[in-house]
Design a protein. Structure first.
Length: 217
């Protein structure tokens, strides 16, 4: 989970908020280039663990869910981001994202930051993916039943949310106990390409969760 580790370190050390957004894209790229070998290895292990006749879960990376031209746009931020003075009012994250709205029509970078474009081939696919939980609804005994799954700690809470195509809305009627927000998990389940919007964020995917386990390499 290389993206997650680097995100946590960089989030604590970077003062320039615009730089943080740009580095977000860089880390997504790192995950993209590492995806093939990791996914192949994990998928091989999963196939060995599946009972005979069972349909295996496919291990995927977050950038698998993002159209490649969205990723390309994030890797090539516009020059005007360099013109905003560090520490200025414009440099605040909330101001930056408000200013993004009127530019979204003709700015490919801002479009990618808010993209709800999905990869249709993942609809109705059984997948396995790592991530962090942002609780939305609780059932009995304060068990989390609805949540957003995000690729790095702090998303939707301490920093602005990732693009919608990098957020998964999780449905887990059984519920589970979340002790710490910084805990990472492996989730398996049936993925759908459905849009979910609320006051916290917007997600372009929904996962009907079958199982949640603590993250391990």
């Amino acid at each position: 989970m290389i993206t997650t580790v680097l995100f946590r370190k960089l989030r604590d050390s970077i003062d320039n908020r615009l730089a943080f957004v740009s580095i977000t894209a860089m880390l997504l790229a790192i995950s993209f280039y590492c995806a093939d070998s990791t996914a192949q290895s994990n998928s091989h292990n999963l196939l060995k663990q599946q009972p005979s006749g069972a349909v295996p879960y496919r291990t995927i990376e977050w950038v698998d869910l993002m159209p490649k031209d969205d990723l390309e746009a994030l890797l090539n931020p516009p020059d005007y981001l360099d013109d905003i003075e560090d520490g200025s009012e414009q440099d605040r994250l909330n101001t930056q994202f408000k200013l993004a709205a009127p530019q979204a029509g003709d700015d490919r970078y801002q479009q990618a930051l808010k993209s709800t474009r999905i990869m249709p081939e993942f609809d109705q696919q059984r997948i396995r993916i790592p991530g962090y939980i942002v609780p939305l609804e609780f059932g009995k005994n304060q068990l989390v039943t609805r949540f957003f799954l995000v690729p790095y700690f702090g998303a939707c809470i301490h920093v602005p949310p990732p693009p919608p195509n990098q957020i998964i809305y999780g449905v887990y009627d059984k519920g589970f106990k979340l002790n710490h927000l910084q805990e990472a998990f492996w989730l398996t389940g049936l993925l759908r390409t459905t849009l979910t919007e609320n006051d916290v964020a917007t997600s372009a995917y929904t996962l009907q969760v079958a199982d949640i386990k603590p993250y391990t390499e």
